[in-house]
Design a protein around this ligand. Sequence first.
Ligand code: HT7
Ligand code: ZN
Length: 880
Amino acid sequence: SKTIYLKDYQVPDYLIDETHLTFELFEDHSLVHAQLVMRRNPEAGAGLPPLVLDGQQLELLELKLDDRELGEGDYSLTASHLTLQPTQERFVVDSSVRIHPESNTALEGLYKSGTMFCTQCEAEGFRKITFYLDRPDVMSKFTTTVSAEQHAYPVLLSNGNPVASGSEEGGRHWATWEDPFKKPAYLFALVAGDLWCVEDSFTTMSSREVALRIYVEPENIDKVQHAMDSLKRSMKWDEEVYGREYDLDIFMIVAVNDFNMGAMENKGLNIFNSSCVLAKAETATDAAHQRVEAVVAHEYFHNWSGNRVTCRDWFQLSLKEGFTVFRDSEFSADTHSRTVKRIEDVAYLRTHQFAEDAGPMAHPVRPDAYMEISNFYTLTIYEKGSEVLRMIHTLLGPELFRKGSDLYFERHDGQAVTCDDFVKAMEDASGIDLTQFKRWYTQAGTPRLQVSEAYDASAQTYSLTFRQSCPATPGQSEKLPFVIPLALGLLDAQGNELPLRLQGEATASGTGRVLSITEAEQTFTFEGIAEQPLPSLLRGFSAPVKLSFPYSRDQLMFLMQHDSDGFNRWEAGQQLSVQVLQELIGQYQRGEELALDQRLVEALRTLLLDESLDQAMVAEMLSLPGEAYLTEISEVADVEAIHEAREFARLQLAAALYTPLLARYQANRDVSRATPYVAEAAHFARRSLQNIALSYLMLSQQAEVLAACVEQFENADNMTERLAALAVLVNSPFEAERSKALAMFADFFKDDALVMDQWFSVQAGSPLPGGLERVHALMQHEAFTLKNPNKVRALIGAFANQNLINFHQADGSGYRFLADQVITLNALNPQIASRLLAPLTRWRKYAPARQAQMKAELERILASGELSSDVYEVVSKSLA
Ligand code: HT7
Ligand code: ZN
């Protein structure tokens, strides 16, 4: 596989002003006719170089240049390119190709999902549809005609507005769509199928009426309302917060069952994994409802951050993805609970993105090289990219940030631009120099920030010294200091916030503030501090760094109760739990009897007894750091010690807090029983506390709890409560109840693919012994297929990522199993195969015996035959 470098970027030699496509869809092949109205790019220099079009897996049937039929001597054709020689500055290329969507299992380009035709073109799928300049800086106006058999495919969709339709001989029909906005090929979409739709409308801020349509397979028509409501909320929010209005007369979403990612922002015709559209109380959990809302918002927000202003090249991917994740996470924060959203995002980032940043695939937010771009739709591009935008927002403040985004959209509307262009707009609008800040785009790795304090009672000064460093990452051994915005406050002994005045300032500028750390070592001194304070650092997780400060456990308990920053109250609880769990891990490793620090029990008891607190916060505080996070923060991860220590802590907490847990559980379950399902923050909060309480209570193995759990499983009117009860039964020793519940569930929901995914996941994630055998058996279930990415993620992905004690079995059988699946999937769906591999690439985290086993499996994959560029890149980099 070849490496592509950012430094080699060149503007395209030719441009495509107009793209006219005609698709003839049949059951055993499809025909694509493309007419490209082209011209020499004036920015590319003089002369007429050869025209090199991208094209893969296309059978060329006909080729014309300005109406002149080209014979074999007039062009050259390889497995990836078609080259011909233009003779004028302006010309028209016509091509006809045959393709095979019916046997496309990679789900890239034009493919079939069940009976429906659909497309996925980002990043480089359009070249599997027709010969084209398949790069995001070539933007063209598209007209698309689709023809198919009318009975099987009554609905024919593409981007833009419908302009004509009609019937043909032989029971076929056709429709033409015209997209008035120039776009790169990766935003092209086509759908043909037997679909029903829910229709609604939205009146924009300039009083234009937009038709909203969500298309689904007929049996799912009752699961669309939540996505429609989310879409309307997103449209309103983008007008209010960013001043962005929708621009076409129609906005469509189509749900498909077979999809490699969550969704795709094709202009005017978003295509979604059905898991990110369909939601109703009976079949989707609270988490699923929130995911649908967030993904609908994310794809909608792309209409501006991605489509109207797009990326110059794929190295700039975070320009649209980081920005759009930041936008969707702010939308969710505004719609529900800001603190809870921040906690969820940070826990996810620290567990998964930090691990990526410390592994063999670590790369900057703006990478400078890749082999296969599909491998770069990563947590770093998305989540760390969003954190980078959040830091700009923090440094500029909301008003200047909005001024910067207005300038960016105005300056670059209709263009394909770079991350530098974005930052320049922010600088120009704010007058703030972001030169050093841009290191966040170019340097990989998670910075460490060590903090120490010094209090001088006689001078009444309090100093904080920050030392930053960043570990080496592949290809980057030395790092320069980052700009780290550090939000902080100082607390007195009563927990009150102290006014903050830095040395050299005349007056205090309030209590909380943001320090800008720019040097490798830097000290800030506060004056007028009458007593030794307790610092609350990195409030709201104001920068994606690993901060360390030598807090005592008592100080953490104090912050848990008194910090005015909700995020940091949770964070203090997490740090306390980490300290306590690491102590238990050490005891386990030394063969000592485990003993839980009772301060953790008492801190959680206080929270459980305080009914004035936000229930979602109490639930978050009760959730101990996960095994994956404990792995990430370990020098060498001891799988068994981590698992046993955490399980021991959960058991002890369950026993000590049985009474308050039961009281909270019963009170909440009573309310749930009496309240219809609502997908709103207060209801999410109630159910989350209820369900975490239940999971602790079940550890007690008390008959009254088992009865309550079975009652909740059988009688709940919503999936959040039903699935939570099922999950704890599955993880419990109550064999009879577990089998009965699993059978009942599967029998009732066997026809609902998304619910069956959840059924697979809870079993794949169960830490009880015999996990691999269960997964093997479930792969034989009639609802399972390796061809559906959701099924692969639900069963194999959940096993390898969430069931660490079973996946990392000492005999290496979990690794062997995963490698076998990767080898099979490599031929079917390379993108899914390559993503599934991630757990094996983390081999450096483990002790030598496991390292050897994991490496051996990576080497076996490498030797297994013809590898896709996707799998080859990840395997070879992780062995390097
Ligand atoms: N922009 C979309 C990316 C995407 C994608 C990338 C590679 C392969 C398949 C894909 N499906 C969708 C999704 C998004 O971030 O909105
Ligand atoms: Zn996106």
